[in-house]
Design a protein around this ligand. Sequence first.
Ligand code: CUA
Length: 289
Amino acid sequence: MDLAVFLLVISIIILVVVEGWLIVALVRFRNRPEAHVRQEHGNNTIEAVWTLIPAILIVIIFVMTARTMDSLEMPGGDVELTVIGHQWWWEVRYADGDLVTANEIHVPVGREVSIDLESADVIHSFWVPQVGGKTDLVPGHTNRTGFLAATPGVYLGQCAEFCGLQHAHMRFYLVVESAEDFSAWVRRQQAPAREPTDPVARQGKEVFLQMCGGCHAIRGTEAAGTLGPDLTHVAGRLSLGAGTLDNTTENLRTWLRDPQAAKPGNLMPTMPLDESRLDELVAYLKGLE
Ligand code: CUA
């Protein structure tokens, strides 16, 4: 039987019996002049009964709960990925292929998703309220969570364990989409970065390799840093700075000009970029869809 139904039925029976006796006692033994109530002391039979019945119930509930918890053990999912928590962003790695992204998880609708959770620094917690409870990301220990999203849509995820100054700006998006859209997304993400053709964007690539490649990777270029998010397809993402800003051209410029103003305390330093270099860098990054 379903554990929840079983617990509900047991609780209702106990409630009715206990409250019923209470009402009977209230009515029958009201304070009346002629009443003379006999006090009971040391009735071993009653003592044994009201100790044994709850004890047996607790054993039954324990066994049923343990069996239910065991049956909830996560099976291997249709989609498997690893999410690594960083102060303060989410690294997302899919099991098959070269698929690495950040702050955004795409999954096909109606399929089992299984996620290994790791941390690069402190304890974080993975939480998308619409698909399930919180699971911690603990340094040195892999936790596992999973879900099956039944309705397409874009759901907001949030780090749910205080992890430092920008804990509140450690968000991500869960994008639940049709099987075709998901496959198309996977193919786009697996491909290396698009080579810029526009001269301004080409200049931006040079700026990127000089100033940003030590911390960020763009697959298909020499930039292979691992401190910050992989930016191979940054232009296709919904947000910048792990949900801090919407991913618009204007916001990208704001972010690059002074990441510390948008998200104080984050690891990205404010780089000395004049306006023309900012234009070039923005032109390059906006082309990386
Ligand atoms: Cu990560 Cu809070």
